[in-house]
Design a protein around this ligand. Structure first.
Ligand code: GLU
Length: 425
């Protein structure tokens, strides 16, 4: 199948769904008789496209396009974040939903995969406007979400305040407080300790496990991080706390390097105060393009998809790539990294810490019994390490990349559920 057989997908903008399809095609030969069901993964179960109209602060009316895609619900309710970004498209949300299906199954979380988004630049709106956009979007997708149907969470451009508005809007519409409808909420509203930093923490755990198995110790390692938000910023901090040297950082506005190691708490404080790394004095500015050939042991793309292109992959001077973002490496770039013997720990494993602690949050909301941060971090460690071990072993057995191994394990779980449930009617 190719993209053109999904008539609703714009053939002029096939990415990143086309990358997801290629990853699925690569795993098919490893699935034995379950491959019979593979087509299931090449078409989302359900797509909702919504109009999001709001009154702007100046009194004019503006319309935005929003989506919620439920890629697969074979193993449980939909789960995945909501993105507010000017590049949000149907293809992007479909791919992100597909990666959630794989991620949740690879980690053994009892969820399908879903994702949502609104095509806006959140920085271009007042807080009141963002609240109106969020509430109207939530009302519009209210027909498909719910604590046992599909549970949104933060992603690029959204945060715990967005989740508070989503929880409140959904709760108002159903007539009772439904804290389990979203995760990544503020603690006071049923959020979980450790959720905010869970994705960055998971990235670090994945890096440490990869380093342990391939002889690249964290202590003293040089690390380059693209993206300095909730994933890249926290991962950088934890790398540094564990003795690594963060030698380069890139965000949407600046690329900076310091071979002696960047003072991450200072960089975080600067980014919080100024909205970007631009103007940070603790490192030298570097040409944007040179970022891709700085020497390091760990390279952490933690921004957007499609960043590691073949051209950049052939220049990269890293030992291990740890994907904090979703879909940062194109399939062609993946091949180049493989040929160049650069180990890639894929998104569906490396950034799964966020959704893992989302799962803990959802469980805590259901039972109205809340765990300590130590307990959460310990459970996060154990789930990530267990998944890492199983995927690593699969990669050795089948002589495939870590990504393909993660996809094999995930697709086996999803498609076995599909087969056991059977086709209705
Ligand atoms: N947006 C995050 C991700 O891509 C978290 C999703 C969630 O917690 O549901 O994994």
């Amino acid at each position: 199948m190719n993209n053109s057989s999904l008539s609703y997908l714009d053939p002029a903008r096939p990415e990143p769904w086309a990358s997801f399809i290629e990853q699925i095609d690569r795993v098919a030969p490893h699935l034995g008789s379950l491959a019979h069901w593979i087509e299931t993964l090449k078409r989302p179960k359900r797509i909702l496209i919504v109009d999001v109209p709001i009154v702007r602060d100046d009194g004019t009316i503006a319309h935005y396009e929003g989506y919620r895609v439920q890629h697969n619900l074979s193993r449980g309710p939909g789960k995945g974040g909501v993105r507010f970004h000017p590049h949000v498209s149907l293809s992007e949300v479909m791919a992100l939903a597909g990666w959630m299906t794989i991620k949740n199954a690879a980690l053994g979380l009892p969820y399908g995969g879903a994702k949502g988004g609104v095509r806006i630049d959140p920085r271009a709106f007042s807080r009141a406007e963002l609240e109106r956009i969020t509430r109207r979007y939530t009302s519009e997708i209210g027909i498909v979400i719910g604590p046992d149907k599909d549970i949104p969470a933060p992603d690029v451009g959204t945060n715990e305040q967005t989740m508070a508005w989503m929880m409140d809007t959904y709760s108002m519409n159903v007539g009772h407080t439904a804290s389990g409808v979203v995760t990544g909420k503020p603690i006071a509203l049923g959020g979980s300790l450790g959720r905010q930093e869970a994705t960055g923490r998971g990235v670090f755990i994945a890096a440490r496990e990869a380093g342990r198995r391939s002889g690249v110790p964290i202590s003293g390692a040089r690390v380059a991080v693209q993206g300095f938000g909730n994933v890249g910023g926290i991962a950088a901090r934890i790398f540094r706390e564990n003795g690594a040297k963060v030698v380069a950082l890139q965000d949407a506005e600046a690329t900076i390097a310091n071979p002696a190691g960047i003072d991450i708490p200072a960089a975080l404080a600067h980014a919080a105060a100024h909205g970007s790394l631009s103007g940070f004095f603790g490192a030298e500015p570097v040409r944007e393009d040179d970022f891709w050939q700085l020497e390091c042991e760990y390279f952490v793309p933690a921004a957007l998809e499609g960043q590691l292109t073949p051209q950049r992959a052939s220049r990269l001077r890293a030992r291990i790539v740890v994907e904090g973002a979703n879909g940062p490496t194109t399939p062609a770039a993946d091949d180049i990294l493989h040929e160049r013997n650069i180990l890639v720990i894929p998104d569906v494993l490396a950034n799964a810490g966020g959704v893992t602690v989302s799962y803990f949050e959802w469980v805590q909301d259901f039972s109205s019994f809340f765990w300590s941060e130590e307990e959460i971090n310990a459970r996060l460690e154990s789930i990530m390490i267990k998944a890492f071990d199983a995927i690593w072993q699969m990669a050795q057995e089948r002589k495939v990349s870590i990504r393909t191994a993660a996809f094999i394990i995930a697709c086996q779980r999803v498609l076995a559920a599909r087969e056991q449930r059977g086709l209705y009617p």
